[in-house]
Design a protein around this ligand. Structure first.
Ligand SMILES: [Mn+2]
Length: 264
């Protein structure tokens, strides 16, 4: 099985302050190219796909209908990130054991942080989100909350303060149990190989697709062979074929299923 793992798109409802930076159609087209090139069977959305610190899911969906519909199809496996705290859907992680017994573990990576990774932190985090769900019904509180979060959050600041060591340490701990670990969250693409009691271990970070970059990891679950995809500020050429595809997206909500790719 070939997986494509991407994370940290931070798709917002506000087009003026959209750190995702992609036009929905261009992003779907880019995704389609990668899916075809590497014969991808499943796309793993490894957290922080939607920017739910700043907007509600409903608002994000209303401003990016086609894209959200595509990402919600069965072809995509949704993992929760720290920006998904208010989100009712999604999985905590993706675990797979291949035919030779090698194990793959994929999660967003925020459990390395105090708020999501410790009992005390999680208690306050859950309490905070419970209250937030009630208070967000009042639009003036919602507005203040999203403004405060936007100010505090590092994602739209360049340079962002990075502490990759913490996540590397967290990945190494996971690698005692699993053979290959993929995290996101840091927005920095990474690849590390090491050995633990003669067993080869791999830690990968799938980076981020913000600011119109396309970063991700293609992984074959049988061979554990992987490829890092790293493209910066892509310009998508709009050929007549692309325009035809864009029209079809509007008509066909199953755009991201494989048969559709091959038949069109
Ligand atoms: Mn994150």
């Amino acid at each position: 099985m070939n997986l494509l793992i991407i994370s940290d798109l931070h798709i917002n409802s506000n087009n003026n302050n959209n750190i995702f930076g992609w036009n929905s159609f261009d992003f779907i087209h880019q995704l389609q190219k990668v899916i075809l090139k590497y014969n991808i069977d499943k796309v793993i959305l490894n957290g922080d796909i939607y920017e739910m610190y700043q907007s509600t899911f409903e608002d994000i969906k209303n401003s990016n209908k086609q894209l959200v519909n595509q990402l919600n199809s069965d072809y995509f496996y949704y993992i929760k990130g720290n920006h998904d705290g208010l989100n009712d859907f999604g999985n905590q992680n993706f675990v797979h054991t291949n035919s030779s017994g090698k194990t793959i573990y994929i999660e967003h990576g925020h459990h390395a942080d105090f708020m999501s990774g410790t009992k005390v932190g999680r208690f306050f985090e859950n309490l905070f989100f419970k209250f937030l769900k009630i208070f967000l019904k009042f639009s003036f509180i919602k507005k203040i909350f999203f403004e405060v979060v936007e100010y505090n959050d590092q994602i739209n600041r360049i340079p962002r303060k990075y502490d990759r060591y913490k996540y590397l340490k967290y990945a190494l701990k996971l690698l005692k149990k699993y053979d290959l670990v993929v995290l996101g969250h840091t927005h920095k693409i990474e690849e590390h190989k090491t050995y633990y009691i003669n067993q080869k271990k791999i830690y990968l970070n799938c980076g981020s697709c913000t600011f119109k970059r396309f970063q991700g990891i293609v992984l074959n679950t049988e061979t554990l062979k992987h490829k890092i995809i790293k493209k910066s500020n892509l310009k998508v050429k709009k050929t007549t074929k692309v325009l035809k595809i864009q029209n079809n997206i509007l008509k066909n909500s199953e755009f991201c299923n494989k048969e559709y790719f091959y038949n069109n």
